[in-house]
Design a binder for this molecule. Sequence first.
Ligand SMILES: Nc1ncnc2c1ncn2[C@@H]1O[C@H](COP(=O)(O)OP(=O)(O)OP(=O)(O)O)[C@@H](O)[C@H]1O
Ligand SMILES: [Mg+2]
Length: 464
Amino acid sequence: LIERIDGDIDAVTRFSSTAVLHLAGNAILVIGVLVVSAFIDWRASALIALTVLAALWVTARLRRIAVPYYDDEREVQGKLYGDVEERLGGLEDLRANGAGRWAEHRLQQHSAGWWRTARRAALRGDGSISLAGAVFAAGSIATLALGVWLARRGEMSVGSVLALLRFSQLVSDPLWRVAEQLAEAQKAVAGTGRAARLLATAPAIVDGTGDDLPDGALSVELRNITFGYGTGHPVLTGVNLVVPAGSTLGVVGRTGSGKTTVGRLVARLWDTEQGEVLVGGVDVRRLRLADLRRRIGIVTQEVELFRASLRDNLTIFGTLPADNGQLQRVLVDVGLEDWFRSLPHGLDQHLDGNDELSAGEGQLLAFARVLLADPALVILDEASSRLDPVTEARLAGATDRLLAGRTALIIAHRLATLDRVDRICVLDHGRVVEHDDRSLLAADSSSHYHGLLLAGQAVDGVVS
Ligand SMILES: Nc1ncnc2c1ncn2[C@@H]1O[C@H](COP(=O)(O)OP(=O)(O)OP(=O)(O)O)[C@@H](O)[C@H]1O
Ligand SMILES: [Mg+2]
């Protein structure tokens, strides 16, 4: 994708900035040559004009042949860069698992692929230039032959024959350059095509027409949801869930049971294939995405921090308006006070993305973001999974404050995190197997939740 945005647009810019000037300059030169040579002999001038037209026709015809090959080349190039970026991102995992050789081998394969497609494209592109050269050579020979014939008949001086020969070569020079420019143009046309296809990609999530969300806490309802990320295998099947406004729902279930997916559907990061998702009583597809997302705060399993100042990381580049006092207060609230005090530049401290903080500190920062955003609906997806028990306990106070008067969906493996939620939903293989008051489920020894609690205590016992 980056290669498309960067490389293809670059090809178009390079062509459009230089080629137009070259083309204009060379066109003036060719017209001048044709006019002057017409004064010497109209037949010779016509011959030169014919040569120019033939050369242009040949290059234009061949140009079309080369375009798909340049397209292929850019595609392969894009894949190579994408792969390199992924490998660099996963450097530690690759090294730790001894996969360095494999990564090297893949890089070699991709580079070889690039070389093959580049050669195929260059053969077609350069082939057109060579053929245009051959047309010119033939044109010069024909002009020379015509001049010699006219000189023998005494209709032209030897000086004029030499001048015509020089003229025919003079037009070949700029046209050579035009042909070279056309090779650039081939790349530009391929680039434009790919950029246009990218721009024509319709987003899968279409913005709603803008129904209003009610003020205050927002209820959430999932009605008969069946969803499978477009793969044909349902991840959620017939899911029905109700979270009244202002209440909290704990979502539990085995790894891969679909908990995160529920959160994504509520925030409309994906659209459900069947059924409906209602937030504040309105189908999310009818809401403006900006309205919906402004009212939702999410802390996910994978927190993303940016290479920017701490302030920008907290306010997401000023999207959440907050003064220094507020920013410092949320950092204290989430337990990052000591860490914050250790920063030499305070809120202006530059963070090096995810590299600089531990995973747990990153999660606390994401938590601080949600506190700042003051949303009506909170989705915490394993938001404290990377915190040690002491830090998690310290965060409990901030969590209580965050959840007071708001609706919340709390996804958690550690059931202790769900001590204070109102209701529990247990997911199993994408189906709701239990959905009731937490205290009722905890007291019912036959419930799944009860079983999970017992299993959790057994694990805690082993750990301690
Ligand atoms: N972007 C995606 N594209 C395709 N399939 C996906 C995608 N994200 C998740 N899945 C699949 O959906 C299923 C449910 O995933 P989900 O992340 O909702 O599980 P989860 O209950 O949150 O698991 P965990 O406890 O490990 O976080 C998994 O089998 C997963 O392979
Ligand atoms: Mg998950």
